[in-house]
Design a protein around this ligand. Sequence first.
Ligand code: GDP
Ligand code: MN
Length: 379
Amino acid sequence: MKIHEYQAKQIFADYEIPVSDEILCHSVKDVEKAAEKLGLPVVVKAQVLAGGRGKAGGVKLAKTKEELVNAANQILGMDIKGYTVEKVLTAKAISFTDEFYVGLTIDRNTKSVVFMASSEGGVEIEEVAKDNPDAIHKFVIDAEIGLMPFQARQIAFKLFDDIKLVRQGADLFEKLYRLFIDTDASLAEINPLVITAEGNLMALDGKMNFDDNALFRQPEVLEMREPTEDEKTEIEAKEKGLSFIKLDGNIGCMVNGAGLAMATMDIIKIYGGEPANFLDIGGSSNPQKVIDAMNLLLADKNVKAVMINIFGGITRCDDVAKGIISALEQMDVKIPIVVRLSGTNAAEGLEILKKTNLVTVASMGEAAEKAIEMAGQTV
Ligand code: GDP
Ligand code: MN
């Protein structure tokens, strides 16, 4: 789950990480009022759940009232990476002498939280990682002990020469680590962290993502949720007992079991296709689940073919086949479907499906090939 900059900075402020004075606004009028309160100059910043707003023109400094109105007019309603800007943050402009990047995330290789820090702040960190990876310092944090004060100072020494800033930095990093752990975050990023003209550290931007599986114990985080259209679908799916992630391809996948769902996406890719989703319908042959799953797939206009991939273990393939038939009887599906059944009672299942116009196959490879072929023929 993602949150907006203004929300991330509220969390930062709760943990006493310095942020600029700022007011969330929904209209040009709001922005004018906010600027009166804060005093010019201010920075007007698009609040969308996407990065790189600065580059896209979604962050503008306004020194005069005229500039302010122009900035607000330009940014409100603007499209950034497919998101329409509906609100902006009006923040007191800060003069600074230097920009840094600091961020915490979970590193799968070390199975730990890693602290990343770089003097190359302000710009997109993904570009620094690509062009100049040595400019990013990484510190692996022991999950049992957490971020030790000496480690926090080590990180700070990488960024700052001035001992006053090293102390401030170390203190700030410990706070950032604490809030990361407390909120079950998967990402907490400050970019840029600046040295203000007065010589203090301040978070000028904030980004946080959270572990969806921990939201049940994070009511305050959950309250900040503003799901995107794709996330809304995923949440709906979850409520129906399906685990669904939307992707960008054209082959809809319906699979029983998370591992098999991963393998299904892999095999589609190997044969040169693109999966439209990850979908695990779980270990039941309940026709309602098949209907719900099919509805999810069909709601995506990119889906040109469906690949149903079932491995019968405790779930019997003949039951699944009956489920599929009863589901399809209740709906009007126009796109081609290939079904691969394997495992318990696969032969019986395939026999049942022969009576339908579904394409049936016995191996995953065949299913993927067939799905790709059919998707290519569907308009
Ligand atoms: P992003 O492009 O989405 O990461 O948006 P940021 O909030 O990081 O803003 C982009 C850039 O705008 C920053 O790296 C700063 O250089 C600049 N910026 C943001 N806020 C201020 C501010 O208060 N004062 C000044 N002078 N520049 C700012
Ligand atoms: Mn930024």
